[in-house]
Design a protein around this ligand. Sequence first.
Ligand code: 0A1
Ligand code: ZN
Length: 878
Amino acid sequence: MRTETTPVIRLEDYQPSPFVIERVELDVRLHPTTTRVTATLALKPNPKGRPDAPLVLDGDEVNLKGLSLDGRAIPAAEFEASAQGLTIAQPPRRPFTLTIETEIDPTANTQLMGLYRSSGNYCTQCEAEGFRRITYFLDRPDVMAVYTTRIEADRDEAPVLLGNGNPVEAGNIAGTNRHYAVWHDPHPKPAYLFALVGGRLGKVGKDFTTMSGRKVKLAVYVEPGKEERAAYALDALERSMRWDERVFGREYDLDEFNIVAVSDFNMGAMENKGLNIFNDKYVLASPETATDMDYANIEAIIAHEYFHNWSGNRVTCRDWFQLCLKEGLTVFRDQEFSSDERSRPVHRIAEVKTLRARQFSEDASPLAHPVRPTQYREINNFYTATVYEKGAEIVRMLKTIIGEADFRRGMDLYFDRCDGTAATVEDFLQAFSEVTGRDLSHFSHWYAQAGTPRVTIKGTYDEAAQTYRLDFTQATPATPGQPNKEPMAIPVALGLVAQDGRPLATSSDRVNAQGVFILDKASDSLTFTNVPSHPVPSVFRGFSAPVKTSLDLSNTELLVLLRHDSDAFNRWQAAQTVAMRLLVALSTGAAVTDADITGLSAALEMFIEDDAMRDPAFAALVLTLPSEADIAQEIAADVDPDAIHKARTELKRRIGSANIGQLWEFHQLLADLGPYSPDAASAGRRALRNVALDLIAGADKRLGERLAREQFDTAGNMTDRLASLSVLTTLPGAAREGALTQFSERYRDEPLVLDKWFALQATILEEGTLERVKGLMNHPAFSINNPNRVRSLVGSFAMANQMQFNRADGAGYAFLAEIVLRADELNPQLAARLLTAFSAWRMMEETRRKHAQQTLQAIAEHPNLSRDVSDIVNRSLE
Ligand code: 0A1
Ligand code: ZN
């Protein structure tokens, strides 16, 4: 819908629906351009709703073809229908049946919301408000109904017909080339969890027996011929189901669980009841086409969508303000799963890197909002890192504060009590309050207050008294609509390490048995007793809270932590902090001595010699410098991306040169010998090997190019091939261009692999990249209609190439604006997401800032913006 002023929806205005829908019968006759939908709705007044209210059904671009009440056509004077809604002013105040016939055009649906076509197949996407694009409905998550769906289609066009729930019946329609299938889902659900699929699809499947002995058929459907590439997803599904039984006691509840991969999808995947629909990027994997990172993402997203079956589907959200109730909790659950399946500390570091890159930056931008927002204009714009990732951190903090056993008891109570209902954040916290007897009202500020708190810590050692005192203060910056903040309840996991590296067995009555101190005032302090020598504090172990920290430790002290801390996260963090200090100083022209740099590179040298091979995945993370965007975020004002790029290149060169012999040895030693396996240990070895290659190339271009070219030619898997190509892209010249061409020829029929090729080129840190990206928009494999292609090429340029997107001449901004406006005509969600690349504009130096502001203003003034884009552009300018 495109309107000048879209209304603001507010949490405080929530009202129960005046009507409920108990049962839905859908008859969908699939046709490429004129699909007919007959919806039979069993409605009744809601005792909790307004008794005299009209019946207002939501609609979006649907064509009404028939309307009857209890079997009788409703006279035209008694209802009002438009493409946006259907109102019956005087509906019966008793149970009644409404039959609605609509016609829709799935081929014309480029928004990819509602019923649409992808590679000729029919599929649906109904979250958040897509069901209203199929039929008129009470399209809100607190209206939960039992659905029966009959799907009819051409046998040739759509031999496979899938719906929610269990299959009931299927057959041919005599005398025609059409067939049908009927699905029944016994679990009441909101419309956003509805799905159907019709198409030509191949499948892999297996049987699963649940913990109580129920048999379930699992299947993953993909483009015919790609079945082998679905094996890993199917395996991840089985492991997820087992894990949820073991760790959360949650069992699956239907006879079938189906996953369908489609190549046109706005997000990662969707948890429709019993019928998850996936972006094929998160299903398809083979050693030749997918990287270690792809395998890890597939595992995580398969798990995420499966876990929604309880956290989201069995217990759903009362309204869209409660989105974090399902998303934050489900991200927490998938992160725990990945940590159990892989390496917990390595996974934790990866989570925090993403959180800082995506959520901290959002929280510091004009788009900052609370984990539970209190208002929105377009809900699609709130599927954010804040709702998802910070939402998961809140659940994790809750677990840290109340402990593992009470956390599980609280989760059990929440699931059992709220099963079959549409719940709120209050219902969630109530379960934990009850099992612990704790008042969690202060803790709940985490849901309401936007912005990343900053915790400042000062340590004081008293040798005579053998005590060590830590003084804490906390402050949360102002964010849109929230000028003043209350102190938060922040769990600080901490310990002390002696300067020579020994852990100190210390005590403080403010620290609990798990080593956690709760900072819940603006300032507080705690004192450790029996501290024999001046210690180094290790705070926020495991990143126990999503905060920024200022700590008065010297580089030398931090490097003690890198070497000796028992907490792996803080070992990594210590090296990052030291590197960040140097990078900020180098970027801003502050004094950096040679000794400062050799201090870090010597510590890394020691780390490489003593530790790196013990845990290669961890070592790869320690040896990776903060990204250019991380550095910008740390500087936070008057940012000069060119200076940052120069600084990072220089520090990388210094670290590489100082360790080149050892890095070269890693590169040789860690070469894959046996067949490819995506397991975490093998992936870790490849990661270290490829980080080594990158550092070598940063220090010695000729050696780097030679090794990268060799690796490119001999690689036995996509991880190594892509990593070597990525290194080659940092080295301008014929070798790079030759390798890029070879790569695109080799994978000419593999769109998902070409996405990697688009992304690599879009992130080249050179002047010519914008022209290159513009040229690639005309590549035959590129299409502005396909979200994966657009995100790989344009999204990577805007979001992962800070230096070239933020060109001083504003050409990067102008390019993005042009694409956003083009995409907005087709797919507003995609356009709005691209536009969020501007969110850091205010922290740029003046020339860039002015260009960005002018570009945003021009977008804002453009006629006919979608609600999605107008919401983002207006908030960005506020
Ligand atoms: N609930 C899904 C995310 C999702 C949201 C909106 C969509 O519409 C295009 C699609 C998917 C999840 O958390 O995985
Ligand atoms: Zn989700």
